[in-house]
Design a protein around this ligand. Structure first.
Ligand SMILES: [Zn+2]
Length: 252
């Protein structure tokens, strides 16, 4: 692994079929339903990030599995600025939580999505910069056989340092499909192709889109329409756990 956490690029003419891209869709479970149905019906293995303890947690969790998508826990974590508490849902990790408190909250939230393969971050621009807390979180997840994916919601994220301290490979988001609220069909298509090109350079990539007001139907349509182009580039859409297993096996 290189210092920046990226594996050496493995894509070349003979190995193109090994380039992999995961598409995480955040914010399943909430009351905003824009794009939920359209996203679930996509004929590719998406990674559905489901929020715990909210209106549609169980319904979306069950539907995602029924449609053969992977499920991860979309763990609410505190921002670095004050936000309405309703944005987090009832259970979230706070910036000042102890590692023990964070573990209890994680376990409670994981019980909502028992077949989840891993965890990513909902909001979290404060917690992701707390290296000791992230080390506790990543260590706890790895002890349970679960991976952690850094949504990179703040440029100062310390999740890579925390993953290294836990002797775990670092997995982070490469592109948002609707960055900085730039929600449009054209942008989602553009960033999907950017994600595919990153996968060709480093062997894999992770894209994050959203259901609800941050993404929804436009993002779902963009994914459906762009899948043939991604495939033509020699990039395969895979569940996030497949990428994690691959980079884990490459860590020496
Ligand atoms: Zn979210």
């Amino acid at each position: 692994m290189q210092p920046n956490g990226y594996n050496v690029a493995v894509c070349n003419a003979e190995m193109e079929e090994q380039c992999k891209m995961a598409i995480i869709i955040d914010d399943f479970g909430g009351f905003e339903r824009d794009g939920v149905e359209e996203m679930l019906s996509i004929d590719a293995p998406l990674t559905c990030a489901v929020m715990p303890f909210v209106e549609n947690t169980n319904a979306d969790y069950q539907e995602a599995l029924a449609h053969n998508h992977e499920v991860i826990l979309h763990m609410p974590m505190e921002s670095h600025v004050n936000l309405p508490l309703a944005w987090y849902g009832p259970t979230f990790i706070r910036n000042y939580d102890s590692v023990d408190d964070a573990k209890l909250k994680l376990d409670a939230c994981l019980s909502q999505v028992p077949l989840a393969k891993g965890v990513n971050i909902h909001i979290g621009s404060g917690v992701c910069r707390n290296e000791k807390l992230m080390e506790g979180i990543i260590g706890h997840l790895s002890s349970k056989g679960l991976f952690f994916c850094d949504s990179r919601t703040h440029i100062g994220t310390k999740c890579q340092e925390a993953a290294l301290a836990c002797h775990q490979p670092y997995l982070g988001r490469d592109v948002f499909l609707e960055p900085h609220g730039m929600k449009s069909y054209a942008n989602a298509c553009r960033f999907l192709l950017e994600g595919a090109n990153i996968a060709k350079q480093k062997g894999y990539s992770v894209a994050i889109g959203h259901v609800g007001k941050e993404g929804g139907v436009q993002t779902a349509r963009a994914i459906k329409d762009t899948l043939p182009q991604i495939e033509a580039l020699g990039v395969k859409i895979v569940p996030l756990s497949e990428i994690y297993s691959q980079i884990q096996s490459q860590v020496v």
